[in-house]
Write a protein that binds this ligand. Structure first.
Ligand code: GLN
Length: 277
């Protein structure tokens, strides 16, 4: 796997901005829009295929997060790098709000989303989803000692979610909008839980594990809220890229590349503890 060598502006979890120039290339200014920051790989040898502009929301470890070099790293960044390499393209990653990703595809600001994005019928009316490359689980984070023991106990509770995620959509459907408090990202929803502003947070399992590990006094309920599939999303009219990316994903699944990327960040039970996130 080619390591991304990057010059970029990037966003730390809380949304403040750090200016950094790393790697030997041109520093990419991210432009006037402070809600999206772009990093670019410089290393592809054969980039005749042009630039693959990926959008993500890098507050979702281990799928995407800002690493110690202020680069977007994680499972999705690695899978996208492997796809770009197969397509002979240079990967450019833009970090933006999760609920901006589908509009950014539709306005041709980006070519592809890899963001632990769940395949969902309503989204599938707006964008095309590739074959799934991973599974996800919506879980419930509560404070230790909470009276919420399963999804059956959520009625009438204040539920924290990340805006526009499936956790948001499902809880709004199931419990009503007035009980669902939206936050820009998972860490902010979890901070609200720690401060007692919400009773629980519904969010994807792998980032949930990271958030719970980073905060004392929280736990993930054993009973899952929903099981899901993650896939890459591409604009409806971009059928050529869609077919190329889907073929690349199939090859990367068949040759074990995707499994080994996921295993690198989420070691299976019993494996040694060298997770990268
Ligand atoms: N899997 C969830 C969704 O697609 C959350 C993704 C995310 O927050 N990056 O809505």
């Amino acid at each position: 796997m080619k390591k991304l060598s990057i010059a970029m502006l990037s966003m730390v979890l809380a949304g403040s901005m750090l200016l950094t120039g790393c790697g030997g290339g041109n520093n990419q200014a991210a432009g006037e829009n402070d809600s999206a920051d772009t990093q670019q790989s410089e290393t592809a040898e054969n980039t005749d295929g042009g630039v693959l502009r990926m959008g993500t929301n890098a507050t979702f470890p281990p799928y995407e997060y800002v690493d110690e070099n202020n680069e977007v790293a994680g499972i999705d960044a690695d899978i996208a790098a492997a796809i770009a390499e197969k397509l002979g393209m240079e990967l450019e990653i833009t970090d933006m709000a999760f609920d901006s990703l589908i509009p950014a595809l539709q306005s041709d600001t980006i070519d592809i989303v890899l963001a632990g994005m769940t395949v969902d019928p309503e989204r599938a009316e707006q964008v095309n989803f590739t074959d799934s490359y991973a599974t996800g689980v919506q879980v419930i984070i509560v404070p230790e000692g909470s009276d919420i023991a399963s999804p059956d106990d959520l009625e009438g509770k204040n539920i924290g979610v990340q805006t526009g995620t499936t956790g948001d959509l499902y809880c709004t459907d199931d419990y009503g909008q007035e009980f669902v408090k939206q936050f820009d990202n998972g860490p902010l929803a979890v901070a609200a839980l720690v401060n007692g502003q919400v009773d629980c947070v519904v969010i994807d399992n792998e980032p949930a594990k990271n958030y719970v590990a980073a905060n004392q006094g929280l736990k993930i309920l054993d009973t899952a809220y929903a099981n899901e599939e993650y896939a890459a999303a591409i604009a409806k009219d971009n059928t050529e890229l869609f077919e190329q990316v889907n073929a690349a994903i199939q090859e990367l699944k068949e040759d074990g590349t995707i499994d080994s990327i996921i295993e690198k960040y989420i070691p299976a039970e019993g494996d040694s503890e060298d997770a990268a996130a």
